[in-house]
Design a protein around this ligand. Structure first.
Ligand code: NAP
Length: 251
């Protein structure tokens, strides 16, 4: 009998939604690989909290917007745990509010390289390890989309919204592609969630400004998104694949 805990990789697991997913996953018995791109101390703090509570975790440095970064993340997974049972494609960026006629090709290239290509390449590495076609035992992937994929991001970031639309399509296609290989693939579409991403996109008051527009009249917490992600990763969601769950307070 194999009593080793299942292993979960969370890209961008060091802050915001990703950190909440890591902490919740550890409480539910996952060993967690906490990926970060640049803020090592934030990733270390998540690992310390997990280990301090008796769980298993390690950090994995790597920019999902580069092939070297992705190779280094998965090499950490292989070295630390030698197996992979779950992937949360959470790392993602926004950019300064701009109209389409102000956007540079460099901005678009970075947006899609990190949000879309990074998620697809990480999923590919996960499938190589989890798919029964490759000798794996199966697993689950959850992609973090956004309600922007539906709403469109007009006047702020249509490029970001389009990148999340690509994540939705990818979720449906990959779910069907690997369905017979014991790998489930789903997505969560958060609405407005109180994290540092808004300040990083030049809109530090976005949570305050947008909350009245949400039917539930408030922003969500990272923990509320994590709850949905953990459900989709869990055996309770064993018949759910190709689903995209709005966690947006009705927005
Ligand atoms: P956040 O607070 O800004 O945290 C972003 C996390 O991603 C950090 O851990 C960061 O690590 C990491 N990261 C950024 N670029 C990376 C890269 N190239 N490679 C690896 N890691 C990278 O963001 P968040 O609000 O939690 O957002 C997480 C996900 O939810 C994103 O996909 C976002 O689009 C989506 N989302 C958020 C909201 C919202 O309102 N917050 C709404 C809808 C969807 P470092 O600190 O090391 O850079």
């Amino acid at each position: 009998m194999n009593d080793k805990p299942p292993v979960l990789l969370v890209t961008g697991g060091s802050r915001g939604i990703g950190a909440a997913v890591c902490l919740s996953a550890a409480r539910q018995g996952w060993a967690v690989v906490v990926n970060y791109a640049s803020n090592r101390s934030a990733a270390d703090a998540v690992v310390a909290a997990i280990v301090g509570a008796g769980g298993e975790a390690c950090v994995a440095e790597g920019d999902v917007g580069t092939t070297d970064g992705i190779a280094s993340i998965f090499s950490a997974v292989d070295k630390q745990f030698g197996r992979l049972d779950g992937l949360v494609n959470n790392a993602g960026i926004v950019d300064m509010p701009q109209r389409i006629d102000e956007m540079s090709p460099e901005r678009l290239e970075r947006m899609f390289r990190i949000n879309v290509t990074g998620s697809i390449l990480c999923a590919a590495e996960a499938v190589r390890r989890m798919s029964t076609l490759h000798g794996g035992k199966g697993g689950a992937i959850v992609n973090i989309s956004s309600m922007a994929a539906i709403i469109g991001g007009a006047g702020q970031y249509v490029d970001y919204a389009a990148s999340k639309g690509a994540i939705d399509s990818f979720t449906i296609g990959l779910a069907r592609e690997v369905a017979t290989e014991n790998v489930r693939v789903n997505a969560v579409r958060p609405g407005i969630v109180d994290t540092e991403i808004h300040a990083s996109g030049g809109l530090p008051d976005r949570v305050r400004d947008m909350s009245p527009l949400v039917p539930l009249k408030r922003a969500g917490t990272a923990q509320e998104i994590a709850e949905a992600v953990l459900y989709l990763l869990s055996p309770s969601a064993s018949y759910i694949t190709g689903a995209i769950l709005n966690v947006s307070g009705g927005r």
